[in-house]
Design a protein around this ligand. Structure first.
Ligand code: K7E
Ligand code: CUA
Length: 667
């Protein structure tokens, strides 16, 4: 009884503090902060392009969206971890392997963080990386095709939240496990044995410079805590990585209370160059693990999934001087590194200050062994010794910080619903603006890089209440765009988002648009079922499989009449789009297909599997309005009873049955 009382008081205190969200001047149509020339600043005239691509996580929809800034116009949804019936992602035979995991086919995930590739700490416009939290995965998306090219599963991990964050030269993307877990190879242990058996694994995923190909280079077996967010060092701190950790209490139940006990949790500083040295010295151990690695090949237009059965691990106990804990008040969420790499900003969700750590001081403290004891064998650096200073009374519930490249930082405050700008040197608060409401992440174009592009900050809000037309119990989540070019931040625009945007990055259009892919070359199409011209179109029976090598071009399919399919057959429509013009996809759908349509890009081959459910003639059609005669782009498939003698026949512009019957008669 007593215990319950204490818990509920603690809960009430925490919940009360944590869920208040409206700023003082809430309810006004946007506050006095709305810039007078806001409309002009976000207006992108018809036919004109936006200045930035905003690559936005879809949260629980497992996708990415691409938004133009400053207009807020949605340009594309890129399916990543979730099936997408709009274009057949995860439904087409070619893309199904992309969603394979060690748990089998997993067609959904929860995505939080986007990371754009960098070279020398600056955006290079090549790839976007994004995490799947639930079934731990990292995906790589091409910024040339705007498609998911690769997905790698992370073993020894649960709730892949501290992920993916990348090093300055995109050598690695890291993934820190949110849930500490027992090693996959020996996981049947008592939950109560958390402190002995559970580990907080951090994975270093290598990225090939030219192809982008990922691989798990090694995992660090760190103490059982919860990793929340991370950033790589850059400039002077290149070679280091910083991870915020909570639940240093190592609780395994009622974390809301039990993981909020300590005054300070930690930021883990990882010397990853040192880890590489230990690896080269042979300190790594291969451990059994099981994870999928899925790669999409642009030439075969098909994905393959490979299951890998071991992973290289490094035990910090055998690798001294590689890891250090820094105390950080209290339950830190964001952990951000400024453009010069000199400062590491921790954001304690339950803290009243923002601690700013100095990389130089961290190095000095390590050299002088200014420790404050150790945690599970890892030295804890003395808080005061590594602190650059604290931002006092910044707001309530700091979550994330980005940088404007002018020596300032902007931090989001979930509880007090505001963005607060402060100076990195003086730690003085310079400006604050309300957000509507409960801002989570924020993004400055180039904010996490060595060279922020500045100009705007975008707040990604969790709650919108009265800001939009109501749509029933579920309201849109939203982004708010602020001008940060002047001394004061000025609200310019609200725009709704797709799913829950946790993090997003923005990149100048000039770095991306020139590389945008227009078509896939037909002569380079190595799909095993390609038909490179109408003459190659055919229908082939292999037992009860019927393979249709179909072509599409404005405005017909070849073949568009097919007979001889029987009940019990599995019909594979392999559709090649013969077009070699930009922006001319064709779609394909067949009545009764219980999966999706497919949308085939110029030069590509895509396969829809269909199992007929009844005898009769079934229409097929193109689903994408491709020409004035799109509505004529249709055909029929005749399905006869199992055991029927109707021969397999096909054609376009002729009567396939009559021809087939003639052939049969001649024999
Ligand atoms: Cu939304 Cu980055 Cu998952 Cu903070 S996290 S808000
Ligand atoms: Cu092809 Cu419509």
């Amino acid at each position: 009884m007593k215990i319950i009382n204490i818990s509920s008081i603690a809960l009430a205190v925490l919940a009360g503090g944590f869920f208040a969200c409206k700023p003082d001047n809430a309810g006004k149509s946007g506050g006095s902060e709305l810039a007078g020339d806001a409309a002009q600043k976000v207006y992108v005239a018809p036919g004109k392009h936006d200045e930035f691509y905003n690559i936005v996580s879809g949260g629980f929809n497992g996708q990415l969206s691409v938004v133009g800034l400053p207009s807020g116009r949605v340009l594309r949804i890129i399916p990543v971890f979730s099936q997408f019936a709009e274009n057949g992602w995860g439904y087409s035979e070619e893309t199904k392997p992309m969603l394979n995991t060690s748990h089998g086919f997993v067609p959904w995930d929860d995505s939080h963080h986007v990371a754009l590739s960098t070279t020398n700490g600056e955006h290079d416009g090549k790839w976007a990386f994004i995490n799947g939290n639930n079934t731990p995965r990292i995906a790589r998306v091409s910024l040339s095709t705007f498609r998911t090219d690769e997905i790698i599963e992370i073993p020894n991990s649960g709730g892949n939240h501290s992920s993916p964050f990348i090093t300055a030269n995109s050598e690695y993307a890291v993934a820190g496990t949110r849930f500490s877990v027992p090693p996959d190879a020996n996981a049947d242990v008592s939950i109560n044995s958390f402190k002995q058996n559970f580990k907080g694994y951090i994975s270093f995923i290598s990225i090939d410079k030219t192809t982008g190909r990922m691989g798990i280079k090694f995992q660090l077996k760190t103490p059982g805590v919860s990793f929340d967010l991370a950033r790589a060092g850059k400039g002077k701190s290149d070679g280091w990585f910083f991870f915020s950790c909570y639940n240093t209490e190592q609780a395994n139940s009622l974390l809301e209370v039990n993981a909020s006990q300590k005054d300070k949790d930690f930021i883990l500083a990882v010397n990853w160059k040192k880890a590489e040295q230990y690896l080269a010295q042979g300190k790594g151990k291969k451990e059994a693990a099981k994870f999928a690695h899925n790669v999409y090949d642009e030439k075969t237009h098909s994905a393959t999934s490979t299951i890998i059965n071991e992973v290289m691990t490094l035990d910090p106990k055998e690798c001294p001087d590689m890891l250090y804990f820094m105390p950080c008040p209290k339950s830190p969420h964001g952990c951000d590194v400024d453009p010069t790499g000199s400062y590491i900003v921790g954001s304690g969700k339950l803290a009243a200050v923002i601690p700013v750590f100095s990389f130089d001081k961290i190095q000095q403290a390590i050299a002088a062994k200014t420790f404050d004891g150790s945690f599970d064998g890892i030295p804890v650096l003395k808080y005061e010794a590594v602190l650059h200073g604290e931002v006092k009374k910044p707001g309530l519930g700091p979550l994330h910080t980005e940088f404007d490249g002018q020596g300032n930082a902007i931090t989001s405050f979930f509880v007090s619903s505001e963005l607060v700008k402060w100076n990195l040197q003086s730690l003085e608060v310079l400006d604050r603006v309300p957000t509507y409401y409960s801002v989570g992440h924020l993004s400055i174009p180039g904010g996490p890089t060595s060279k922020p592009h500045g100009k705007y900050v975008i707040a990604y809000n969790k709650i919108t209440k009265d800001r939009y037309l109501p749509t029933g119990p579920e309201l849109t989540q939203s982004a708010q765009l602020y001008d940060i070019s002047g001394e004061k931040m000025k609200l310019l625009l609200d725009f709704p988002t797709i799913g829950e945007p946790h993090y997003a990055e923005a990149i100048p259009a000039s770095l991306v648009e020139k590389n945008s892919r227009k078509i896939f070359k037909l002569e380079e199409n190595n799909h095993p079922y390609v038909a490179k011209g109408e003459k190659e179109a055919k229908v082939v029976r292999k037992g009860n499989e019927v393979h249709v090598y179909m072509t599409s071009i404005r405005s017909h399919f070849t073949p568009d009449n097919i007979e001889g399919v029987k009940m019990g057959d599995d019909v594979y429509f392999h559709v090649t789009n013969l077009e070699q013009d930009w922006d001319v996809p064709h779609g394909f759908a067949v009545r009764g297909a219980n999966n999706a349509e497919i949308l085939i890009m110029p030069g590509e081959t895509c396969t829809l599997k269909w199992k007929p459910s009844r005898v009769g003639v079934t229409p097929i059609y193109c689903t994408d309005f491709c020409s004035a005669l799109h509505q004529e782009m249709q055909g029929y498939v005749r399905v006869s009873p199992a055991g029927s003698k109707i021969p397999l026949s096909w054609g376009t512009g002729k009567n396939p049955t009559a021809e087939a019957e003639q052939k049969v008669a001649k024999r």
